[in-house]
Structure formats: structure tokens, C-alpha cells
Design a protein around this ligand. Structure first.
Ligand SMILES: Nc1ncnc2c1ncn2[C@@H]1O[C@H](COP(=O)(O)OP(=O)(O)O)[C@@H](O)[C@H]1O
Ligand SMILES: [Mg+2]
Length: 267
């Protein structure tokens, strides 16, 4: 599903004044593309993603998914957030099937797909377990499967692996690539991790600090399937270096330590 964003800005009104979150973003995402929205914390990534889903109203501009202008919550998609948000009293399989029930789709037709998705992320045998019996990484895999079980043409992910340890995060990056390659769909993946963005994406939209503007639109020309070992290649490093330099320019990443830090006076 293609997504088009035309001159979109967002200002939040708060009791203490206005917060200018997103500044004049225009962007066209092609059907089937895997796009990362990458930027420092607080730059408006989540705001932009939530506006695409119609969950936050934009202040100015237009967003269309396919030929539909988004004016209310758009439902023909899947969304994954940082927290898995599973229902404690439902088994893993029933958590997936909730998506089907809510949409009034025929369960008999989708249960096989639910089981197949769980298998693809290494959770066969866990169908009848409850969320408390799963690790954080497993719970997040269930939440990704739940977002895909109805086979949406668009998947929105907001820092889905942000709460996981590094090794689990690597594994989920691999799993996500498999899921995307299995059934191509448009993915918009919000992250502040440079290497995660390079590893996963066809294209990286780098956003400036708030108010978020598009600072760069980078095509990632690395072959697929990507492997963890690829992260050590010069080609991979060239992308992370290019982006890291932008973050450093903005002062978001300080690589130089102050003399006091070098002396150990400051942590
Ligand atoms: N509902 C809201 N009301 C007021 N300000 C908000 C709201 N949501 C986000 N903001 C502010 O908008 C800016 C961008 O937030 P957000 O989109 O969450 O950034 P990111 O996802 O890149 O970390 C931040 O300064 C944040 O505090
Ligand atoms: Mg966010």
C-alpha cells in the first residue's frame, strides 16, 4: 500500500503553550517498501506515524493511504508499539485471534495463518501459553504476529524493539525481515537506532531534532536477505557513518568527551 504525505505539520496545544512537533514533511512511500523513520528522541517520529494512522489529527497538510485521504482512524493496517500489550487472560493463539474477532473475519479461515506466523517467529508450541509464561522478546513476537494475522497491506511499527536486550533485538530484526520477505507489504518502522534502520530498510528517512523535518532520504542498497554479519562490512559501515555524522552535527550524539569526563570526574 502506498502512503503519501503532503506538506504535513503538527503543533500540539498544551496548557503551557504550543509544541511544534512536525514541520512541513512531504514524503511518498511506495507499495511494498520498508521505510525507517529515524531521528533523535522527541523529534516527532511517533507523531508522524500516528498521523498516518489517523490516530493524531494533523494541523496542516494531507495524508493518503492508497487513494484514501486519512481523516479518521485508518483500520486496514497493523500497528506494533514498544509494549506488547497482550491480554493476560488470553492464550497466545487467542491474542492473535482477537484481531480477527474484532474485525468480524471468519476465525476458521485465519487460524491456520495465525499458527503459521507463530511458527515463523519460533513460537510453535506456545499457542496455548499465557503471556506471563513468555519472555519480553516472545511477547513482542506475539504482538507482531497479531498485527499481521489479518494480512494488512501496511504495517506501522513504533520503536517495537526499544525495550528489548541487544541479542533479542537482533533476533527480532531477523524475524521481522523474514516476515516482510514472506509476504511483501509496506512497513514504516520508527526507530532511533541507526544500525537497526540500516539493517532493516530499503530507505531511511532521517528527521532533524524537533520540530521534525526531513533531513535526508537515503536508499539502502544492501542485498537481501540481510545477515547479522553484514553489519561488519564496509558497505554497511558507510551508511551508519553517514547518518551518525548528521546526528553529531546536531549535537545529539557527542563522541568527544570533555576533559572532566576523561579524568573520570563526570560519569
Ligand atoms: N499528545 C501530546 N501533547 C503534547 N505534546 C506532545 C504530545 N505527543 C507528543 N508531544 C510532543 O511532541 C514532540 C514530538 O513527540 P514524539 O512524536 O513522541 O517524538 P518521537 O517519537 O520522535 O520521540 C515532543 O516534544 C513531545 O513532547
Ligand atoms: Mg516516539
Amino acid at each position: 500500500m502506498a502512503v503519501s504525505i503532503e506538506r504535513v505539520s503538527k503543533t500540539y496545544g498544551t496548557r503551557t503553550g504550543e509544541i511544534f512537533a512536525v514541520d512541513d514533511v512531504s514524503l511518498t512511500i511506495k507499495d511494498g517498501e520498508f521505510v525507517a523513520l529515524l531521528g533523535p528522541s522527541g523529534c516527532g517520529k511517533s507523531t508522524l506515524m500516528l498521523m498516518m494512522a489517523g490516530l493524531v489529527a494533523r494541523s496542516v497538510g494531507r495524508i493518503a493511504i492508497g487513494s484514501t485521504t486519512v481523516t479518521r482512524p485508518y483500520t486496514d493496517l497493523g500497528i506494533v508499539f514498544q509494549e506488547a500489550n497482550l491480554l493476560d487472560w488470553r492464550t497466545v493463539l487467542k491474542n492473535l485471534m482477537l484481531q480477527i474477532e474484532i474485525r468480524g473475519l471468519p476465525p476458521a479461515q485465519y487460524e491456520a495463518r495465525a499458527r503459521e506466523l507463530l511458527k515463523m517467529v519460533g513460537l510453535d508450541g506456545y499457542e496455548q501459553k499465557y503471556p506471563f509464561e513468555l519472555s519480553g522478546g516472545m511477547q513482542q513476537r506475539v504482538s507482531i504476529c497479531r498485527a499481521l494475522v489479518h494480512e494488512p497491506p501496511l504495517l506501522l511499527m513504533d520503536e517495537p524493539f526499544g525495550a528489548l536486550d541487544a541479542l533479542t533485538r537482533d533476533q527480532l530484526n531477523m524475524d521481522l525481515q523474514d516476515l516482510w520477505m514472506d509476504k511483501p507489504k509496506t512497513v514504516i518502522f520508527v526507530t532511533h537506532s541507526i544500525s537497526e534502520a540500516v539493517f532493516l530498510s530499503d530507505r531511511i528517512i532521517v528527521m532533524t531534532p524537533r520540530p521534525g523535518k526531513i533531513a535526508a532520504d537515503i536508499k539502502v542498497d544492501l542485498p537481501r536477505p540481510r545477515t547479522m554479519a553484514m553489519r561488519e562490512t564496509p558497505e554497511f559501515g558507510a551508511y551508519t557513518k553517514q547518518i551518525r555524522a548528521m546526528f553529531e552535527d546536531w549535537g545529539v550524539l557527542r563522541t568527544e568527551r570533555t576533559p572532566a569526563q576523561k579524568l573520570g570526574a563526570v560519569a
